[in-house]
Write a protein that binds this ligand. Structure first.
Ligand code: ZN
Length: 285
């Protein structure tokens, strides 16, 4: 049996998107919101992102002539408006990522709505009103959150992993992420003896390159996600630059933003690749 292959524009074999979850300190602030410890280590480690990392990433993208998708919590826009302005001015896509990087599965529906609307208002104060896609903090989603983002006219979600090409979930285009293409699982280390030491950037790039070859063979979407405070470090950025430069020069790759991929999917695949909450496990099984 053969399955329908996902077809990309202009006969390209696959698509590539470079995305940045511009989190800075926000996941730490959310995690410790009830009982913030009187320590500076992780906070300062993360502050490296909005102070330095994000500008290095922007410089690299400018050198490579790549337009990327940045997902930004509202608090980052309030505290680092100049960084968010620089992202917008360079022509990159900006998307929603909560207000304080709230995990939607830890909130009531009203609280999720508040976090989305506050996050959107904080971003729009810096970059002006615009339609923005959604990426859920920590990549967790709930049925209620899908309902909410549809109700508020948000054009797509980019938080789930049900395919490695775009699909519909609950009548919204889903632009799928995957853990293998996230820098955090390889590099995230915040001290205290917990967790593994960060991997060598060459190992990480090698892993991503192998996954790119796999995605290319099966005609999927190579959606890479990095973080300002993680991949903005020198050796990681140099390695990343090499990978992106190779992929940028591959004539069989369609480079786009998440928003452009969502538009393409909505236009070309209105009736195909549709999934919903009625599937196995979503109805109480
Ligand atoms: Zn995040």
């Amino acid at each position: 049996m053969t399955k329908t292959t996902y077809a990309w524009p202009d006969g390209k074999r696959c698509a590539a998107v470079f995305s940045i979850d511009f989190d800075g300190q926000t996941p730490y602030l959310w995690r410790s919101r009830h009982n913030r410890p009187d320590t500076l280590g992780e906070l300062e480690q993360r502050a490296f992102g909005p102070r330095e990392g994000i500008y290095r990433i922007l410089g690299m993208l400018s050198d490579l002539d790549i337009r990327a998708s940045f997902f930004i919590p509202g608090v980052i826009a309030e505290h680092y408006p100049e960084a968010v302005e620089a992202i917008a001015q360079a022509g990159h896509e900006i998307g929603l990522h909560g207000y304080l990087h709230e995990r939607v599965d830890e909130l009531t529906e009203e609280q999720v709505e508040e976090s989305i609307l506050r996050g959107k208002a904080a971003l729009e104060k810096v970059i002006g009103p615009r339609t923005m896609g959604f990426r859920s903090p920590s990549w967790e989603m709930t049925p209620d959150t899908f309902e909410l983002i549809k109700r508020h006219g948000i054009p797509y979600d980019s938080s789930l992993m049900g395919y490695d090409h775009p699909y519909w979930f609950e009548d919204l285009p889903e632009i799928p992420v995957q853990w293998l293409l996230d820098d955090a699982i390889f590099y995230r280390y915040t001290g205290g003896g917990a967790g593994n030491p960060p991997l060598n950037p060459r190992t990480v790039i090698d892993t991503w390159e192998q996954e790119f070859e796999g995605i290319k063979r099966f005609g999927g979407l190579f959606l890479l996600t990095v973080h300002d405070w993680i991949s903005g470090r020198g050796s990681r950025l140099i390695a990343l630059e090499g990978l992106l430069s190779r992929l940028k020069n591959d004539p069989e790759v369609w480079w786009a933003t998440c928003g452009e991929i969502a538009e393409y999917h909505a236009r070309q695949y209105a009736g195909q690749f549709r999934e919903s909450l009625g599937g196995l496990g979503h109805d109480g099984l």
